[in-house]
Ligand binder design. Structure first.
Ligand code: SF4
Ligand code: SF4
Length: 507
């Protein structure tokens, strides 16, 4: 058993980011910067062969992948009984009828503010995740990460793990190499194709659309979207991979501006790892009373990294905080009989505290985490409350614009309105329309017969809207230029009511 390292390193020994280290070295020796034409504008792409790894974070990643992709591919086939007048698909974006269904929730176009609320919750949720544990969204939940992880798994299955794959790529390509690559790309294309296929199933009845797609009877737009998403998935997850995170996605830059020194990040504990040397050399150095770190420079943490980052160089824009390097290093430390956690979710503050002989501390509850949690709770609470108590009917009013009013030959004033009544229930309902605000007025319903009691009955089909046009004529004293009026619908059967406000205009 090799004794754990007991030395510490000073703050000056902390590793700088590789690019920064090069700059500092050049400045120290006073060497002139290289001529401008020698500095390439773009870093050449390095092929990354991430090695498979076992451990806690790998298991979490696999679980997230299975659950999220399982939901994405299978949800369109889940049924939800809403009665005879509504679709039975649990998650459906019904564009022709302007509805969004998600299990018991049905969102109408007038309720698009729920999507706004969801976007706010998603953004603040992302900020909260970032404040607690850095880019965990990138490492575990981002679609680019999830699909790339799946494509890596297929690649390893067909072309072998890192070493085998690299060796085969370096050697002269044989028939077997071509065959393996063909199988890999075929499987990638199948996954990409099914990804596009699953996407369109959210916009129509899934079993019906599957049959139509199989028999060539689906609308052209469905085939077009499947083609587009097959291409984008295959390209982004199969070929561009980490390039999307490094160069295309804005979140790493935004995230860097939103983080603080207490956010947990995947951190190489250089206070424990440096100076790095082989296990044998470390033993010799320790016997001689010399400092030796726990890092044996085996590069396992680099080999498993899906973006090719060496986390020992410090915080890196390319690090998506997936934690796979933690698993790799923990496995190495366990084999060496040393304590795990040389790479861990930690903060730079804690490293400095350890170097100064103080206890590390973790501060999850901070002003920003409390604020984000509060906003999420309030926005989520308001959304749930409005969803639970929202009306099953609605009314909206549009006043005629041109002319705003008409003076009749007998001197009376007339205003015209278009009323839209919404019935969100899955059964036919009858409403009485009431009007309040101009006492001596008469209402004409254009094209609707009055009831015996003189009131107008407006019949609205299940899960539908109906538009009626009315003319309000004021026979009383001349009204002021603008009078506030209220339109009210009342369900004849249940007495449920909804209001809308507008104005009655005069000269
Ligand atoms: S896996 Fe651990 S021991 Fe190996 S190089 Fe990385 S940090 Fe050092
Ligand atoms: S450095 Fe570690 S945490 Fe960061 S992306 Fe690479 S493997 Fe994941």
């Amino acid at each position: 058993m090799i004794a754990p390292a007991t030395h510490t390193v000073s703050l000056d020994q902390a590793p700088a980011a590789p690019g920064l280290a090069r700059l500092v070295a050049a400045a120290e020796v006073g060497s002139p910067p290289p001529p401008e034409e020698e500095i390439p504008l773009y870093a050449p792409r390095r092929q990354i062969y991430p090695q498979s790894v076992h451990g806690t974070f790998r298991r979490i990643k696999t679980a997230v992948l299975v659950v999220s992709l399982g939901i994405y591919y299978l949800l369109p086939f889940v049924r939800w009984d809403r009665g005879p007048n509504a679709p039975s698909q649990a998650a459906l974006l019904d564009l022709p009828n302007h509805r969004f269904y998600l299990f018991f929730i049905e969102i109408w176009p007038q309720e698009v503010y729920y999507f706004t609320g969801l976007l706010i919750l998603a953004a603040i949720g992302l900020f909260l995740m970032n404040a607690i544990a850095g880019r965990v969204w990138c490492g575990y939940l981002c679609p680019q990460t999830v699909w790339t992880d799946l494509f890596f798994a297929i690649e390893r299955l067909v072309e072998g793990d890192r070493r085998e794959h690299m060796q085969r790529d370096r050697q002269k390509w044989t028939v077997e190499t071509y065959a393996r690559k063909a199988v890999k790309h075929f499987l990638w294309l199948m996954v990409a194709w099914w990804t596009g296929g699953a996407w369109v199933l959210y916009f129509a009845d899934a079993p019906t659309l599957v049959k139509q797609l199989a028999t060539g009877q689906a609308p052209f737009v469905a085939y077009a979207w499947i083609g587009i998403l097959t291409f984008t998935t295959y390209t982004l997850a199969g070929h561009m991979r980490e390039q999307v995170c490094l160069y295309m996605c804005p979140w790493p830059r935004i995230q860097a501006a939103l983080t603080d020194e207490y956010a947990l990040n995947v951190t190489y504990r250089y206070d424990r790892g440096e100076p790095r040397c082989s296990a044998k050399k470390a033993e010799q150095l320790r016997v001689q009373g010399q400092p030796a770190g726990d890092c044996v420079d085996c590069l396992q943490c680099v080999h498993v990294c899906p973006t090719g980052v060496d986390i020992r160089g410090g915080a890196d824009l390319g690090c998506i905080q997936c934690g796979l390097c933690i698993d790799a290093c923990d496995n190495v430390m366990s084999k060496l009989g040393r304590a795990t956690g040389l790479i861990a979710f930690d903060t730079d503050i804690n490293i400095k505290r350890r170097l100064e002989g103080q206890q590390p501390f973790f501060k999850l509850l901070r002003m920003r985490t409390a604020l984000y949690a509060f906003i999420i709770a309030v926005a989520g609470g308001v959304m749930l409350y409005t969803l639970a108590t929202r009306d099953s009917e609605g009314i909206s009013v549009i006043h005629d614009r041109n002319p705003m009013f008409v003076r009749l030959s007998d001197g009376a004033l007339r205003n015209g309105y278009t009323i839209r009544i919404v019935n969100k229930r899955l059964k036919r309902r009858e409403f009485i329309l009431g009007f309040d605000g101009v006492p001596a007025s008469l209402i004409d319903f254009v094209g609707l017969p009055p009831r015996d009691d003189g009131q107008m009955l407006i019949d609205v089909g299940p899960d539908q809207t109906r538009e009626v046009r009315i003319l309000v004529t004021d026979y009383g004293a001349p009204p002021p230029t603008s009078t506030r009026v209220v339109f009210r619908i009342t369900d004849v059967a249940t007495g449920e009511q909804s209001d809308a406000r507008d104005h009655f205009f005069g000269p």
